[in-house]
Ligand binder design. Structure first.
Ligand code: NAD
Length: 465
């Protein structure tokens, strides 16, 4: 089947689209909470009415199994829009600071105002959740928004473009499609906030362009998220959860376990457990399985294959590669050293290197010698080991005995630290990202009976007050 064609937005139209969004924002349409709620409901209907079309688009772009598309992309987006709908009324209320004898009479308040016209640039891997999830927060906070989805998922980006035009107010939400040239033009323009989700390399381009206009930026990036294995873990459960975190969406998940640190004496036992899980998940191997995605493009598959070719480790299972068919088998590689090709960059594919270390302390040291990752995972039944990993490392999130699902957990922020990004999103955190906290005072005249001393000329008597 030939790849679907995504119509790129003509570059000369991009500034006009931004200007129309600005006019839409300035019209004040989104000031009433009722209209924000209406747009959020439309977003929910758009996803629910077209669930099967979204599943088909994701199947076309990523060969993604329907269950994964629902569980990790479409349903979490519906839930995110519903969370914004449920929260918007409360979150937009003015806040009163704590009582202060000095200032209460001036009626200090914090108003929750939209930032204005915001830009959301998203990657290919969970294109619905990472594009429309943040959009829900932008709408709830009262902003107009331009979306720039990934050109690497043409079917899904085309579908979002078509449906947004039908379901949402085009004065307030628009899509620009394209690759580097179109995104460069978008980034030349002034925005009131930019949310960028993607690689650290492009994030530097985005942050530099934003700096020109002093635009605030949120960067949701990736990196090498390690897993620490304590021999005192529930091994079967650990193997299942780690392998699932690595094979879901064929490893193209920003919080996928990137590599495993295991005490040397436990490596054989751990690899055997992972192999048993692999055989359970894919009894007829991954190539023949309907439960396994493909890599987004042949070029991306070639990059991952290159990492595997360069390894000095030993393959325990997997290793089959067909870059033209965008297939890379889930592959466990053991006895990997810190300077291996598999350790050079974020893998963002289904390769799982195992790096043997002496003990948990050595694992922590290994992690702390590298960039702060987006996630750190520890599998242990020992509270002291978990506490040690939580307390002695830094990362976007730190998770015991689970993988990958924490970005979808209600009420907690999702974001990185250092090279894995800055800022947070989902739920109220997205609302806050797109909200300006505007201080107001309304000071009565009688205050000057008390504060009159502030006015010149200053005298010895007023200085004492
Ligand atoms: P990418 O950075 O290549 O692309 C993301 C977006 O940037 C796309 O819309 C693309 O068109 C645009 N872009 C690409 N090159 C550009 C350039 N030179 N100038 C301007 N814009 C450009 O990322 P990707 O390959 O789509 O996604 C993979 C990366 O995203 C991984 O590093 C992954 O860890 C990260 N990621 C992070 C999160 C998170 O929430 N932290 C979620 C998903 C993915």
């Amino acid at each position: 089947m030939s790849a679907p064609i995504l119509a790129y937005t003509p570059i000369e139209e991009i500034e006009g689209i931004r200007n129309e969004l600005r006019a839409g924002f300035a019209s004040g349409k989104l000031t009433p909470i009722a209209y924000r709620k209406y747009q959020l409901l439309q977003l929910v209907y758009m996803l629910k009415d077209n669930m099967e079309r979204f599943e088909a688009a994701l199947l076309s772009d990523l060969n993604r199994p329907v269950l994964e598309s629902r569980m990790l992309d479409i349903v979490p987006t519906v839930q995110e829009a519903l969370a914004q709908l449920a929260g918007v009324e409360k979150w937009t209320r003015d806040e009163k600071p704590a009582f202060s004898v000095n200032f209460f009479a001036m009626r200090p308040r914090v108003r929750k105002e939209p930032k204005g016209t915001v830009l959301i640039i998203s990657p290919f891997n969970y294109p619905v959740w990472l594009t429309l999830g943040p959009l829900a927060g932008a709408i709830a906070a009262g902003n107009a928004a331009l979306l720039k989805p990934s050109e690497s998922t043409p079917a899904t980006s085309a579908l979002m473009t078509e449906l947004i035009g039908k379901y949402l107010d085009k004065d307030l939400v628009r899509v620009v499609n394209g690759a580097v040239a179109e995104t460069t033009k978008v980034l030349d323009l002034q925005w009131d906030h930019i949310l960028y989700t993607g690689s650290g390399r492009v994030a530097r381009v985005v942050a530099t362009a934003a700096a020109k206009h002093l635009t605030p930026v949120t960067l949701e990036l990736g990196g090498k998220s390690p897993v620490i294995i304590d021999p005192a873990c529930d091994l079967k459960m650990a193997a299942r959860r780690i392998l699932w975190g690595k094979v879901v969406n064929a490893g193209q998940t920003c919080v996928a376990p990137d590599y495993i640190l295991v005490p040397r004496a436990f490596q054989d036992t751990f690899c055997a457990a992972l192999k048993a899980s692999y055989e359970e998940f894919f009894p007829d191997k991954a190539a023949a399985s309907a439960s396994y995605s493909r890599i987004v493009t042949p070029q991306a598959a070639a990059r991952i294959a290159g990492m595997l070719e360069g390894t000095k480790g030993t393959i325990v299972f997997g290793g089959e590669v067909d870059t033209e068919k965008r297939f890379i088998a889930p592959t466990l590689v053991r006895d990997v050293e810190g300077d291996d090709s598999l350790m050079s960059d974020e893998i963002f594919g289904p390769l799982l290197p195992v790096v043997p270390v002496e003990d948990i302390d050595a694992a922590i040291k290994f992690i702390n010698a590298r960039d702060h990752p987006l996630a750190i995972y520890v599998f242990s039944q020992d509270a002291a080991v978990k506490a040690k990993v939580f307390n002695q490392t830094q990362s976007g999130g730190v998770i015991a005995n689970e993988t990958v699902i924490h970005p979808g957990v209600d009420g907690v922020p999702f974001g990185g630290i250092g090279p894995s990004g800055y800022g947070h999103h989902t739920g109220k955190y997205t609302f806050d990202m797109f909200t300006h906290l505007r201080t107001t005072l309304d000071s009565p005249g009688w205050i000057d009976m008390i504060l009159k001393f502030r006015f010149p000329p200053y005298t010895a008597a007023t200085e004492k007050q």
